[in-house]
Design a binder for this molecule. Structure first.
Ligand SMILES: Nc1nc2c(c(=O)[nH]1)N[C@H]1C(S)=C(S)[C@@H](COP(=O)(O)OP(=O)(O)OC[C@H]3O[C@@H](n4cnc5c(=O)[nH]c(N)nc54)[C@H](O)[C@@H]3O)O[C@H]1N2
Ligand SMILES: Nc1nc2c(c(=O)[nH]1)N[C@H]1C(S)=C(S)[C@@H](COP(=O)(O)OP(=O)(O)OC[C@H]3O[C@@H](n4cnc5c(=O)[nH]c(N)nc54)[C@H](O)[C@@H]3O)O[C@H]1N2
Ligand code: SF4
Ligand SMILES: [Mo]
Length: 897
């Protein structure tokens, strides 16, 4: 056994969602291209107790250095670090001298570690003196942040994960936790017991709704109406906690009066939200009757032009019933990114200063300036993300440094964003992945260390700080983001302020700042961690802030004593007037667009698409519509359609899926595909930059678009070795990365003379061809020295194309056997059975296997799990297993002859 395999696994934290699961990973000394051993869940971590979802358990498939940013580049050419850092510092210095500090801007990310984030905030606000530092958390959490601040006086999530298990009523609104916070969802599910109820509020019937006793498929954007109605119901049915309201809160009468201004009786609410009245009443009754209620909310609440009000309408109901900071009770904002919370702690948002101190907190500017040793801190907040890129577009920003985010894909109105970056004199991009839609726009590209290569901390949704630990050597010359920032700080003449040797040094400074003059006014206080030794930092166990004299081991629930972070210690009710999105469909063919996530991809796919396992669950961009809409809009399930925005801004081309869980007149599209993976399937290109007036968060969940069928004359699959040259063209394509090759799903609107064109597609003349022009079938394969160089499969209908999993496996460089050659054009090993489309990613179980098991008597999910193991790891395919079972029940089992 080699030394390598004898290495002890290291504890680290998953770099994806805000659940923040602990991961065990085995160090790789030297040769990182060797197959990394699979990661596993950390049984000791309080977020997951050993569980991982499919994204977490595929992490080892995403760490190879192929495709990573290896070296710094200036205008495309590889340069030394010295040169790159000189260029960055030089550009910043010049911009500040010629145009003032406000001509420099930073756009950061909730995927940076706290140490990176702290360094960026300190360099920008403290030493360059620009207020224009914002982050992708603006698109994600800023409405929740603003709601917390309005209600509690500080951005605090009062509860913890255990509350989601203890709650007797669990309300999940605007959250598809089954797919987006899977391990937490599994915890909620495992906590199921008689009497526990779950309400899911989401216009779509999602996988999460499987857990629901009541699903409220409300009209998009109407959450405030629903919760305002609830507040009135609570008041009118004697369900208020008057004592709590009087002792610990302010502003109740105004909030109630505001709620009474709109539609508030269940019947009116039902009409306005487009829900059955009985369902509204049931929800209100359950809420009124259940002391232990948690309302968990996510992007269906935050990503709205009224996101902050939606958040406060929810919090109002919890304050009114005194259900906050108690076990099993509270409003619970589910954070998206792994370190969205850490970024909020350091002050990464443009409107905050540092360590939960605001620009307008009396004395804060001077206090932070004194601590950092600077007098350059700006006086007022800077631009929020959408405004920031508008300023870039207007030419006001001369140097833009984008770090750990892909704004060309994720910000609304992506063509405007791309134009802004193209025209910006100097765009610096730090990313661990070389080719993204944003790195393509970089003048200076900096290789950042990625997960596994870097050291630091992240804070999850329940305020739990965990260590991310290095277990891989850096790819190429990559460096940690905080180091890059510190080097630039030094070059700008601020050596003293950036003299950190390790991530531990940065963390201690961050912890000391949180403690500075903190007499309990700010809950965010890490004073007990300010003097960790290097060793203690290395060993740091997960801990929930605050971590201070009062709570030396951290604290699970805050505000239990009813004392909030406001000046007078009272929470604030916020009077909210319901507003609904302004744009409405008017013309025939117009529908409401909703955008969001799928189970197995992470955002812009830079990392998750590197795992062949993760591209199988949904392999191409899709458009979900109600089956009735598919018919009356003249579409075809399995066919293609194009969405276009008003004024022809943006477009989305994807596969139509008839989805009974969609409301009529509304489509859902995934946010993940972008220029690296598809032709024109950029959801954000269809989102107009309407933002919440308080938080500045874009309304990414809502827009009006037209939908039209795209009539394809043919559909195809092209499989080529990785990075094979192109030369072919199609009206539709999506790249489906495989382990040893690339698969392209393609379609065209005009017939193609394949005999002539095939050379372009396969990079040479085919060796095997099968053609049936009557049925539109064409199949060809090319070999070189017995090795496969390309396969092209074409059919008139997409449904007639075979699964290509087996073909893809033949590109591993082997010389094909006769049997394999014989199977090429039928796309399957002639001796092995086809398993059908993948359902369970964890165990690689396909639909045909599941159907066979059902025929053999497996009659529920447990029985399927018993036989095939499907659904027994992360559990996120359970809804699909249920659908297979339901479909089988609906079919006549066997006709008796
Ligand atoms: N697999 C996966 N997991 C992820 C991520 C990922 O990219 N992939 N990203 C992470 C990040 S950063 C985030 S922010 C979270 C997001 O996690 P979620 O918020 O759960 O994710 P979304 O799919 O964006 O949106 C949630 C739901 O809001 C619903 N919705 C839309 N409009 C409304 C409305 O008006 N009212 C209500 N009540 N609901 C509405 C949508 O139909 C959708 O089902 O996920 C995290 N986890
Ligand atoms: N229409 C629509 N738009 C949305 C949303 C939506 O629901 N609908 N959701 C919004 C939300 S909630 C979010 S969070 C955003 C997410 O959107 P983005 O932040 O743009 O998406 P990611 O793909 O996560 O981009 C992260 C980038 O950082 C890189 N990276 C990873 N680790 C590191 C590191 O340690 N250092 C550096 N320097 N780089 C690193 C990755 O390779 C990747 O390129 O999208 C938002 N946009
Ligand atoms: S639930 Fe989130 S944090 Fe946990 S393994 Fe999955 S993606 Fe990672
Ligand atoms: Mo997010």
């Amino acid at each position: 056994m080699s030394n390598q395999t004898l290495q002890q696994p290291r504890r680290t934290t998953c770099p994806y969602c805000g659940v923040g699961c602990g991961v065990m990973a085995t160090p790789q000394a030297g040769d990182r291209e060797a197959d990394s051993p699979p990661v596993s869940g950390d049984k000791a971590h309080p977020a997951n107790f050993g569980r991982l979802c499919v994204k977490g358990s595929s992490l080892h498939e995403t760490t190879g250095s192929q495709g990573q940013t290896l070296y710094p580049r200036v205008l495309g050419s590889r340069v030394s670090w010295d040169r790159a850092l000189d260029e960055v510092a030089g550009a910043i210095r010049e911009a500040v001298e010629s145009h003032g500090p406000e001509s420099v801007a930073f756009y950061l990310s909730g995927q940076l570690l706290t140490e990176d984030y702290y360094a960026a905030n300190k360099l920008a606000k403290g030493f360059i003196g620009t207020p224009h530092v914002d982050t992708n958390s603006r698109l994600c959490m800023s409405s929740a942040v603003a709601a917390h601040k309005r209600a509690f006086g500080e951005d605090v999530v009062p509860g913890c994960y255990e509350d989601l298990e203890l709650a007797d009523l669990l309300v999940l609104t605007g959250s598809n936790a089954a797919w987006n916070h899977p391990v937490l969802y599994q915890r909620m599910k495992a906590a199921d017991r008689p009497g526990r109820r779950v309400v899911v509020i989401d216009p779509r019937r999602t996988a999460t709704a499987e857990l629901a006793d009541l699903h409220l498929a409300l009209k998009p954007g109407t959450d405030t109406l629903l919760f305002n109605g609830l507040l009135v119901w609570l008041a009118d049915t004697g369900a208020l906690d008057r004592g709590y309201i009087e002792k610990h809160c302010q502003g109740f009468d105004e909030a109630l009066a505001a709620a009474r201004c709109g539609a508030f009786a269940p019947q009116q609410v039902a009409r306005a939200c487009d829900l059955p009245e009985q369902d509204v009443v049931t929800f209100y009754r359950w809420f009124a009757d259940t002391a232990r209620t948690v309302t968990a909310f996510s992007q269906g609440i935050n990503q709205s032009s009224t996101g902050t009000d939606k958040g406060n309408a929810i919090i109002n109901c919890h304050l009114a019933t005194g259900r906050i900071g108690r076990s099993g009770a509270g409003p619970f904002s589910l954070t998206g990114q792994p370190n969205a919370m850490g970024g909020r702690e350091v002050g990464g948002l443009a409107n905050t200063l540092a360590a939960h101190m605001e620009y307008d907190t009396p004395g804060a500017r001077e206090r932070v300036g004194g601590f950092w040793g600077t007098d350059r801190i700006p006086r007022a907040p800077g631009h929020k993300a959408v405004e920031l890129f508008d300023a870039v577009h207007r030419g006001e920003i001369k140097v833009l440094w984008v770090m750990g985010t892909n704004p060309a894909v994720s910000l609304p109105d992506s063509s405007h964003i791309r134009e802004a970056m193209k025209h910006c004199p100097v765009v610096i991009v730090s990313d661990c992945i070389a080719r993204t839609d944003t790195t393509e726009l970089a003048d200076i590209l900096l290789p950042a260390e990625g997960w596994g290569e870097k050291d630091g901390t992240v804070t999850n949704s329940e305020r739990c700080i965990s260590r991310q630990r290095r277990f891989l050597p850096a790819a190429g010359d990559a460096r940690a983001d905080w180091r890059i920032l510190a080097e630039v700080g030094k070059r700008l003449g601020h050596g003293d302020a950036f003299r950190w040797a390790t991530a531990a040094d940065v963390f201690r400074e961050h912890a000391r700042l949180s403690a500075l003059d903190n007499d309990g006014a700010r809950q965010f206080d890490l004073s007990s961690l300010a003097h960790l030794t290097d060793d203690q930092y290395e060993q740091l166990s997960p801990v929930q802030w605050p971590v201070n004299g009062k709570h030396p081991r951290g604290c699970a629930r805050l505000y239990a004593d009813g004392r909030f972070s406001t000046n007078d210690g009272r929470a604030r009710f916020v009077a909210v007037q319901p507003r609904v999105p302004a744009a409405q469909p008017e013309q025939a063919g117009e529908v409401i667009i909703n955008t969001g996530r799928i189970r197995d991809q992470w955002h812009t796919m830079t990392r998750t698409a590197r795992s062949p396992r993760l591209v199988q669950h949904r392999s191409e961009p899709f458009i979900d519509l109600h089956p009735d809409d598919v018919v009356h809009l003249g579409l075809e399930a399995g066919g293609l359609a194009r969405l276009t925005g008003r004024n022809d801004q943006g477009a989305f081309l994807g596969r139509v899926r008839a989805e009974p869980g969609q409301r009529r007149g509304e489509v859902f599209v995934p946010i993940h595909w972008n220029g690296q993976f598809s032709l024109g399937a950029l959801a954000s290109s269809l989102i107009v930059p309407v933002t919440d007036p308080i938080s500045g968060q874009p309304e990414s969940k809502y827009g009006v678009v037209s939908v039209r069928p795209v009539h394809a004359a043919w559909h195809g699959r092209l499989i080529r070795p990785m990075s094979a040259p192109g030369g072919w063209q199609a009206d539709y394509w999506t790249r489906v990365p495989q382990a040893h090759c690339d698969a392209w799903w393609v379609a065209g609107c005009q017939p193609v003379a394949w005999q002539r064109q095939v050379i372009r597609w396969l990079g040479g003349a085919p060796d095997l061809v099968l053609e049936d022009s009557a049925s539109g079938l064409y199949r060809a394969a090319r070999l070189h020295n017995g090795r496969l160089q390309g396969v092209l499969l074409v059919a008139r209908r997409a449904d007639d194309l075979p699964d290509t999993g087996w073909l893809s496996s033949l590109f591993d460089g082997r010389t094909l056997s006769d049997q394999e050659r014989r199977g090429l054009l039928s796309a399957r090993d002639v001796d092995v059975a086809d398993t059908g489309p993948l359902v369970c990613s964890c165990f690689g179980i396909g639909e045909l296997q599941i159907e066979a098991a059902i025929r053999e008597g497996a009659d529920d999910v447990e029985a399927l799990g018993h036989r095939l193991k499907c659904g027994t790891n992360c559990g996120s395919c359970v809804p699909e297993l249920k659908a297979c079972l339901a479909a089988a029940r609906a079919e006549p089992v066997e006709a008796i002859p």
